[in-house]
Design a protein around this ligand. Structure first.
Ligand code: SF4
Length: 366
């Protein structure tokens, strides 16, 4: 978890603004939109608005690590909505066209609709979306849509109630998540995407039922290979059910064909049912790395910018904001961070890299 840095010392302490100042100083300014060292543009920004969650999914926030006495970030360490919006504005100016709010569970952040309205006002073309576990979505969907949210992605790892309750580890029922998905559709937050993380021996038997249930409904299920995110989920390569196997399992009962990505850098590979009854996505982050066109940056709850989901440290934008830097300085810092980026963790992944110290997904957003 983040170290508490007295603001007055932020220039001098590791993890404060000083390393970022040095990076900006050695990065030549350029008028165009930045690309990183591998020629990738900045297109997506994922913003974690809280490190808390009301689930304890075994692959993300296992109870043994995130128990009752776990120290989450105190409120004054979180970026305020105004701070988030300033960073988002700078990012949009550098090419970001899609913002996804994440957590933890983002709907636990109070008055989130206010942040959504602030972000929606940055650009009418901004693709503004949110990933949620669905527990609070049914009651909030209409207000989120009214504030300017365009779509939601709901995490649901199984339709089998016993399996799902075991995976979320707080005994939350499938039926309530299905009701939340319906409420999101009624509110116009469509197409709803449904993320299912597939772990060998845990929920692989739910792949086909999940595809069947949502086929023909307009919702898009995205099957995600189990990843070595964070340091607390005990990942092993043998836990991974490959995207290829997932597609083969579904294709056997409902024939599929591949379709083009919606845009360059889209994470999911798209497949449509040959009979026209909809599409699915598979996210093959382990077996078919897609670092070569990865255009995503992640902003942690306490204002650190990470240029890879598997990064070991982030750039402290909060320190810049709280010492009074103006918007032009903030933009220069973001520009320099992106130009210095060379991340390609998934291309280098092995059983050995899985053990490296990485930030937790609940802190950085998925
Ligand atoms: S490993 Fe890092 S660079 Fe590669 S796709 Fe994932 S987030 Fe992007």
């Amino acid at each position: 978890m983040a170290k508490i840095v007295p603001l007055t010392d932020a220039r001098t302490l590791p993890g404060g603004a000083a390393p970022l100042d040095a990076l900006v100083a050695r990065t030549p300014g350029s008028p165009g939109l930045p690309t990183d060292r591998r020629g990738r543009a900045l297109h997506d920004l994922r913003i974690s608005v809280t490190d808390r969650c009301n689930f304890r999914c075994v692959y993300c926030m296992p109870k043994e690590v995130f128990g009752r006495d776990h120290a989450f970030l105190p409120h004054d360490e979180l970026l305020s909505f105004e701070e988030i919006t300033r960073i988002a504005r700078a990012a949009v100016g550098l090419g970001v066209a899609k913002i996804r709010l994440t957590g933890g569970e983002p709907l636990l952040r109070r008055k989130l609709e206010r942040l959504i309205a602030m972000l929606a006002s940055l650009s009418p073309d901004l693709d503004l979306t949110l990933t949620t576990n669905g527990a609070l979505l049914a009651r909030k969907a209409a207000a989120l849509a009214d504030a300017g949210l365009k779509r939601v992605t709901v995490s649901l790892d199984s339709l089998d109630d016993a399996t799902f309750r075991a995976m979320n580890d707080v005994d939350f029922p499938v039926a309530d998540v299905l009701e939340a998905i319906a409420a999101a559709e009624r509110a116009g937050l469509a197409p709803v995407k449904i993320n299912m993380v597939v772990k060998r021996g845990l929920n692989e038997e739910s792949i086909v039922p999940m595809a069947r249930h949502f086929r023909g409904t307009g919702a898009i299920v995205r099957f995600i290979e189990y990843m070595d995110v964070g340091a607390s989920n005990g990942w092993r390569l043998t836990d991974v059910v490959s995207a290829r196997e997932i597609v083969e399992r579904i294709d056997r009962v409902a024939p599929l064909q591949p379709i083009d990505a919606n845009y360059e850098g889209e994470v999911a590979q798209r497949w449509r049912y040959r009979d026209g009854s909809g599409e699915i996505g598979v996210i093959a982050s382990v077996t078919q790395a897609f670092c070569h066109d990865c255009t995503r940056a992640r902003l942690s709850t306490d204002g650190k910018l990470y240029t890879c989901l598997f990064a070991t440290h982030g750039h402290d934008l909060r320190a810049l904001l709280r010492r009074g830097d103006d918007d032009a300085s903030l933009r220069r810092a973001l520009d320099a961070i992106w130009r210095a980026r060379g991340d390609r963790y998934s291309e280098l992944r092995s059983q050995a890299t899985a053990g490296l110290a990485k930030v937790e997904m609940s802190y950085i957003g998925g």
